[in-house]
Write a protein that binds this ligand. Structure first.
Ligand code: NAD
Ligand code: TDX
Length: 364
């Protein structure tokens, strides 16, 4: 993992043994039954037989074990149902499982829900994160080879006008309760680095899309609504801009930064793929019409302009120079290929859609 913290010296045969020990890790991935987490857990379980992956998830409406069914019998994988807000429980997991590293994704992630229930977001995104940091700090020491990797969002930087991009130096300016809670969690992660020298890395990523995303977010919601011939609610004038990244590209960047990123640093991750919501929606409608053998223009008729989201950020755009210059990372999948893959997945996973939307989904 981190050569600079592992204290390895290439002087004798003991090197090989020590290295072997230090590369075998007990990694706690939080939120691994959710959208991005499920792709990350799958990648790590399959790619790193020398790591044991503990997937800790509360299984809220957004977490679903179906998302990771294919890897549940791997020897290097264990699922733990639990809440990161439960301090004693988290302490117990760190001790019992001898956790060496954390990749923290568990969060309440939907902006609209944060507007109707901000406290839930403070509990999970802020208190939950501090509980994990505290457990890591109490169980790790300077000699051990550890890492607390925090997965965050570009929304902490606020909103751009027509020009410019977020860099790692952009001042935080969150607007929604979701982004305020994520910003707070980022500050706590940095505070643990500055105050206690806890080894941390943070990445801030733009909008992800792909399989397993809960159908409350724009792309899967609209695919699902088109299928059911329901209206497509466009907030405001549809001119807000988001930067879209295929989920597997995000997960590949996390893998890279987890192994090669510099301690204490922040890295921005993005898709170089800015679109207004309405342009994206038109493309989506056209593609779904084709897939469903419908007449061109059928889905577009479902578009309904509705009241704008409160505090709706106008534009997000990410400057990926830092991760690109340091490690050569850039998005590998272009948007039309990614969108087509995503649409195919949602159209052929009807049972998944039914299951996840049958619970507390409408609760906000
Ligand atoms: P998601 O909502 O799909 O999944 C969140 C997961 O966390 C779920 O499995 C849920 O059960 C679990 N969880 C929620 N509260 C918990 C708690 N108290 N204890 C334990 N588990 C809990 O979210 P996602 O879209 O996969 O996002 C994952 C992370 O990535 C989040 O931290 C989010 O802020 C960040 N992120 C998301 C995006 C995006 O576009 N989706 C972009 C950038 C960053
Ligand atoms: O019904 C809708 N109509 C609509 O116009 C929905 C659900 C969304 N929108 C708009 C709002 C946004 O401008 O589409 C855009 C995308 O909305 P979401 O899918 O809700 O994503 P966003 O609010 O941009 O936040 C997402 O990206 C960053 C994730 O939910 C966050 O977890 C992530 O951090």
């Amino acid at each position: 993992m981190h050569p600079e913290t592992s204290g390895l010296r290439e002087t004798s045969n003991t090197f090989i043994e020590i290295k072997k020990m230090s590369t075998s890790k007990n990694i706690l991935i939080t939120g691994g039954a959710g959208f991005i987490g499920s792709h990350l857990v799958r990648l790590f379980v399959k790619k790193y037989a020398n790591y044991h992956i503990y997937n800790l998830d509360k299984l809220t409406y957004a977490g679903n074990l179906e998302n990771i069914r294919d890897i549940e019998n791997y020897d290097n994988y264990t699922f733990i149902k639990g809440d990161i807000v439960d301090k004693e429980f988290i302490q117990k997991i760190f001790k019992e499982k001898k956790i060496n590293a954390v990749i923290h994704l568990a969060a309440e992630s939907h902006v609209d829900r944060s507007i109707s229930n901000p406290l839930e977001f403070v509990m999970t995104n802020v208190i939950g994160t501090v509980n994990l940091l505290q457990a890591a700090n109490q169980n790790w020491n300077e000699e051990s080879d550890n890492l607390f990797y925090h997965v965050s969002t570009d929304e902490v930087y606020g909103s751009l006008q027509d020009t410019g991009k977020f860099t790692e130096q952009t001042a935080y300016d969150p607007h929604s309760p979701y982004s305020a809670a994520k910003a707070s969690s980022d500050h706590f992660v940095r505070a643990y680095y500055d105050t206690y020298k806890l080894p941390i890395i943070i990445s801030n990523c733009s909008n992800n899309y792909g399989p397993n995303q809960f159908p409350e977010k724009l792309i899967p919601l609209f695919i699902n609504n088109i299928k059911q011939k329901k209206s497509l609610p466009v907030y405001g004038n549809g001119k807000n801009v988001r930067d879209w990244l295929y989920v597997e590209d995000h997960v590949a960047a996390i893998d890279l930064l987890f192994h090669k990123g510099k301690l204490g640093e922040t890295y921005n991750i993005g898709g170089n793929n800015e679109l207004t919501n309405i342009d994206l929606i038109y493309t989506l409608c056209e593609l779904v019409d084709k897939k469903l053998n419908q007449k061109k223009g059928t889905s577009k008729q479902l578009i309904t302009y509705v009241k704008d989201r409160a505090g709706h950020d106008l534009r997000y755009a990410i400057d990926i120079s830092k991760i690109n210059n340091a490690f050569g990372w850039k998005p590998s999948l272009d948007f039309s290929a990614g969108l087509e893959k995503t649409i195919d997945w949602y159209l052929s996973n009807e049972k998944w859609l039914k299951n996840v939307t049958s619970g507390a989904y409408q609760d906000y």
